[in-house]
Design a binder for this molecule. Structure first.
Ligand code: SF4
Ligand code: SF4
Length: 340
């Protein structure tokens, strides 16, 4: 067998990614959930609103990847019609689900209309996954994943790495290849939403950060990714730590990413989502650039540590040497490595 191809995926020229949270409601309460209804809104967007917002971001002449997210997007009773509308606008469409696939989702959309159906699973068995995502979730998710593969959908899996599950990451490879999953996204837990709350508690309530150390990440993740590629999976994981001499780039400056929330906030950086720093708002069906302090003003700042937002929000994730210089710069959280 030939060696797998490994490469850092720069922010591809001309590529556009639209992450569309159509609601924030969810049937689960995962330990690391990043949904923040006070910042993102609690409403479920109507099909008419979703279709009109899709038109705002459509650019049929360029490749545009659209990800429908929540909350749990399949809780939306008209998700399948929204996918059909998105395909007519030439989007490549992915749905990110927790695996429950409400409203008979698999029966209401065809594999030809959906480019990827992505499932979130945080462990290779119930004993690892369910303490993080909820009792009984592993079995439901795995069962629906198998049904989706059997029905001909392209299935991918997202695994959010934390201290609770990093030692079980390697066991995902045989599980996913046996089921027939095509792509495996290894994600790093962010200190936002529920995980930020637990890290900020003081005294007896304070819990240890769920994020893994740099050494642990580098020791485990690239090796498992290579193992997955050798087994036939297309594996993607965040770069996180830049190599010496590797240039730093902020996606907010060089790429086109939009993170849309039901309350009309539109961000360009996912690390900013818990703050009113969004670049645009959607008002009366129009995309309006915001005045005042926005994330856009932070993107050009150059610091030794790499990503400015990571330095502001997660300073504990940066290691310094004895002279006070960062041991490694933190890459943009949107910079990925791919191996397949
Ligand atoms: S499935 Fe997603 S939205 Fe729902 S609780 Fe879990 S992390 Fe949050
Ligand atoms: S994560 Fe950091 S580098 Fe990436 S877009 Fe946000 S501020 Fe820029």
């Amino acid at each position: 067998m030939s060696n797998p191809t490994s490469r850092t995926v720069g922010f591809k020229a001309g590529e556009r990614n639209i992450f569309f949270h159509i609601l924030t409601a969810c049937n689960l309460s995962c330990r690391h959930c990043y949904i923040n209804a006070s910042q993102h809104g609690a409403q479920t967007l109507s099909r008419q609103t979703i279709e009109s917002w899709l038109r705002l971001f459509a650019d049929p002449a360029r490749k545009s990847n659209l990800v429908f997210l929540g909350g749990e997007p399949t809780l939306h009773p008209e998700l399948s019609q929204c996918i059909t509308a998105a395909k007519k606008l030439n989007y490549a469409v992915t749905v990110d689900s927790n695996g429950y696939l409400f409203h008979d989702f698999l029966e209401r959309i065809s594999p030809e209309e959906l480019d990827y159906l992505s499932f979130s699973l945080d462990g290779p068995d119930a004993s690892v996954n369910d303490p993080i995502r909820g009792k009984g979730v592993f079995d439901v998710c795995l069962g629906n994943m198998k049904k989706a593969v059997a029905a001909g959908f392209q299935v991918s899996v997202i695994y959010t790495v934390s201290k609770a599950n990093i030692d079980h990451l390697h066991r995902m490879v045989p599980l996913l290849t046996e089921i027939g999953v095509k792509r495996f996204f290894i994600q790093v837990i962010g200190l936002r939403g529920e995980s930020a709350v637990s890290a900020q508690k003081s005294g007896d309530e304070r819990q240890e950060t769920p994020q893994v150390s740099r050494n642990k990440w580098l020791e485990v993740v690239p090796e498992v990714a290579e193992m997955g590629a050798r087994a036939g999976l297309h594996v993607t994981y965040p770069k996180v730590f830049l190599d010496k001499g590797e240039p730093f780039e902020c996606a907010g400056e060089v790429a086109e990413n939009y993170f849309i929330f039901p309350n009309g906030r539109v961000y360009q950086c996912p690390l900013c989502e818990d703050y009113a720093l969004h670049t645009y708002t959607i008002e009366d069906g129009e995309l309006i650039p915001r005045k005042g302090l926005t994330e856009k003003m932070l993107f050009p700042l150059k610091i030794e540590e790499g990503c400015v937002m990571n330095r502001l929000l997660q300073p504990d994730t940066i290691e310094y040497d004895d002279s006070g210089r960062p041991v490694a710069r933190i890459s943009c959280c949107l910079l990925k490595k791919e191996i397949y």
